[in-house]
Design a protein around this ligand. Structure first.
Ligand code: FES
Length: 335
């Protein structure tokens, strides 16, 4: 039977079903709970049960002292709620609360969705997963391969399966290696996470995601995170692609649009333009609103420094406050 879990001091709540432990259920619901190994070894997920019943469902090496046990402390990765519970636990409030990590992962999948984009799936060891916030980046490479910074293109709710979208770029050694040499099973080091391109969960304003081609990766992570939070704010996704390029995850975007009442998806091809027209009037037209209403939204823009900067300037010119515009500028503009 589903039970309700309330986390203090934040007051956030989520529902846990089946045999999920507190940590798994919390991450799936979009909470940035404090944890390390997910496996009962490190003690970083230690939390205190303030009310309700829980059950220890996994052997753990980490030793909880008698005093801690007497005051209700449990390991969230080894404990399943039996009734509605209130738990006192650590949560990350921003990117500074996420530890810098180094993890040796393996290539689980490498899928070339078209001539210019590779979808890279890395899998971490079960006992060393990546703790990160949606929208953050990591450095990939090592083991004889070049290194590069890439945004994680998947949700922190699955910290073992990490997805990346790599654009073909002959001037980038990492990209060339991915397209020409990398294969399933190869080791890849993950170092990070870094970056502040993360969702501000406090405002209730509608959110607009603007992605330029593979800038879709961090945007996808943010959208999946917003979905796991069950946010009620409306979301708009404007995904621009270069001339002749396709929206290589169009079906996923359409499935969001079909499943969510508050999700609006507009795929845009730049047509004959080398770069998309990201003037405030164009953005407002694509969103089907008046230009004056842009200031009622929060904007997350990813996919190339000059494009993102031009977009930010245009929005600011339309009286959108700068603190309502977040940029991820590290994604390659080229294809
Ligand atoms: S996350 Fe390490 S003991 Fe729970």
């Amino acid at each position: 039977m589903p039970v309700k879990v309330k986390i203090l001091p934040s007051g956030r709540e989520f529902v846990s079903e089946g045999r999920s432990n507190l940590l798994e259920a919390g991450l799936r619901s979009g909470l940035a709970l404090g944890y390390g190994c997910s496996n009962g070894n490190c003690g970083e997920c230690l939390a205190r049960v303030l009310s309700g019943q829980v059950e220890n469902t996994r052997y753990h090496d980490f030793r909880i002292s008698d005093e801690q046990r007497a005051s209700g402390h449990v390991l969230m990765c080894a404990t399943t709620p039996v009734t509605n519970v209130v738990i006192e636990a650590n949560e990350a409030s921003d990117s500074h609360d996420i530890p810098f990590q180094q993890i040796s992962a393996r290539v689980r999948g490498l899928d070339f969705v078209n001539d210019d984009v590779a979808l890279l799936h890395l899998k971490t060891p079960r006992t060393k997963r990546l703790r990160f916030l949606a929208g953050q980046r990591v450095r990939l490479g090592g083991n004889g391969m070049p290194t590069a910074s890439h945004p994680v293109g998947s949700c922190p709710c699955d910290d073992m399966n990490l997805h990346f979208q790599v654009a073909r770029n002959p001037a980038d050694d990492f990209s060339a290696y991915v397209f020409d040499a990398l294969k399933k099973g190869d080791p890849v080091d993950i170092i990070g996470p870094t970056g502040d391109f993360v969702l501000d969960e406090s405002p209730t304003r509608p959110v607009v995601f603007i992605a330029w081609y593979t800038g879709f990766a961090p945007v996808k992570s943010l959208i999946e995170h917003a979905i796991s939070l069950d946010t009620t704010a409306a979301m708009h996704l404007l995904w621009f692609t270069p001339p002749g390029a396709d929206h290589y995850m169009d079906n996923l975007c359409r499935s969001w649009r079909d499943a969510l009442d508050n999700f609006h998806y507009v795929p845009v091809n730049a047509g004959s333009l080398a770069e998309p027209d990201l003037g405030a009037d164009s953005i407002a037209t694509l969103m089907n609103i008046g230009e004056k209403q842009l200031a009622d939204h929060d904007f997350y823009i990813a996919g190339g420094e000059s494009i993102a900067a031009a977009c930010k300037t245009a929005l600011n010119g339309a009286r959108v406050p700068l603190n309502q515009v977040s940029l991820d500028t590290g994604t390659s503009e080229g294809v």
